[in-house]
Ligand binder design. Sequence first.
Ligand SMILES: C[C@H](O)[C@H](O)[C@H]1CNC2=NC(N)=NC(=O)C2=N1
Length: 113
Amino acid sequence: MTKAELIAAHCQPRKGAEHALDRARCETLCSQVDGWALADDGKSLHKAFRFEDFHRTMGFVNAVAYMANREDHHPDMEVGYNYCRMRWSTHDVGGISLNDFVCAAKVDALLAG
Ligand SMILES: C[C@H](O)[C@H](O)[C@H]1CNC2=NC(N)=NC(=O)C2=N1
């Protein structure tokens, strides 16, 4: 899937290990989303964002939260004055599912332009 296809897609209910993507598929999808990296154990996808100030950081975090609630798929976020470290994994599959790449692409799209 291309980045544009990921952005246009929506999360699907995915439960069970059969929905976990293998390392090779994760690496292929990872090449579509700028700056995102796979964790060493291959079970999550992460990226760090930096901002000018708290106002901008929280604007981003709230936009991500809105998108995540609409998609019913939620990131782990570590937030400080001018940064947000974000991690996606699918608890219901015990690793990375396509939902994580869909959301990673949608997060980048929030910042594009
Ligand atoms: C019932 C509901 O769809 C599930 O609990 C969703 C909610 N958000 C979720 N978010 C993430 N990151 N992984 C999940 O498995 C997950 N499951």
